[in-house]
Design a protein around this ligand. Structure first.
Ligand SMILES: [Fe+2]
Length: 240
């Protein structure tokens, strides 16, 4: 019966729900689990967009980067809150649990028929350039390009957003972290571009201030989500 699959009415319009709303709600759900990361998805999307533009990415590829960045941590919905909120270090078994989140995220979005680049950005955003990351220990250019961009944007937000247990790093230390992380954690070429981007904004200018301001960039995130799924989320085959 149209509108009903597995006994659940999905929406009035039939066996489809709006992917935009569904994915946004999921992303927001994660941020309610850990209020200290409020706005993280949107900021990472903003930084990834800025880096991608600088690196010459455009058009549909740019939209995929932006959306992949927005969705990158979706899998944290499946991680116990006490681990996400823990201020101290995690032990090895707890770390293994947290490190499941890229795989959980991939599992969540896979049935939605999203573009493979989005799925890769979710699964691979914690891979390291030197192969010491997770979940697949990919290295160098074997790491999907969108995931390499998201990795830098994600790290930048982790360094520059205030957390209850740590103040944002000062600008000099952020630049030091990226200098040390190039060719270890991050794609060296993209790191160079990102550092140049940070340095190109005079004086106080860092991207964090821009990301916190309404710039009209939120709408493109929404538009890109809409575009990547045709505005609709297929949850069941069309009735023939
Ligand atoms: Fe993550």
């Amino acid at each position: 019966m149209p509108g009903h699959r597995c006994g659940i009415t999905l929406c009035d319009a039939g066996p489809r729900v709006r992917a935009v709303d569904f994915l946004e709600v999921l992303a927001e759900t994660i941020e309610t689990k850990d209020p200290s990361i409020h706005g993280h998805s949107r900021r990472v999307s903003f930084y990834a967009d800025a880096l991608a533009v600088r690196a010459g990415v455009s058009g549909a590829d740019l939209r995929l980067v932006r959306v992949g960045a927005f969705l990158h941590d979706l899998g944290k919905v499946g991680i116990p809150s006490d681990l996400l909120l823990r201020e101290g270090a995690l032990d090895a078994s707890e770390r293994r649990i947290v490190e499941q989140h890229p795989l959980i995220g991939e599992r969540l979005v896979k049935p939605l028929g999203l573009h493979p680049s989005l799925v890769h950005a979710i699964r691979h955003h914690h891979e390291w350039w030197n192969g010491r990351g997770y979940p697949d220990r990919l290295s160098g250019e074997a790491i999907p390009y969108a995931a390499r961009i998201v990795s830098i944007a994600d790290a930048f937000d982790a360094m520059t957003a205030d957390r209850p247990y740590r103040r944002a790093l000062p600008r000099d230390l952020v630049l030091d972290e990226f200098a040390a992380g190039a060719e270890v954690q991050f794609d060296p070429e993209l790191t160079r571009e990102f550092v140049a981007l940070l340095e190109s904004r005079e004086g106080e200018a860092d991207l964090t201030r821009l990301a916190e301001q309404p710039t009209g960039r939120e709408e493109p995130v929404r538009a890109a989500l809409s575009e990547s799924t045709g505005g609709q989320l297929r949850v069941a085959p069309d009735p023939r």
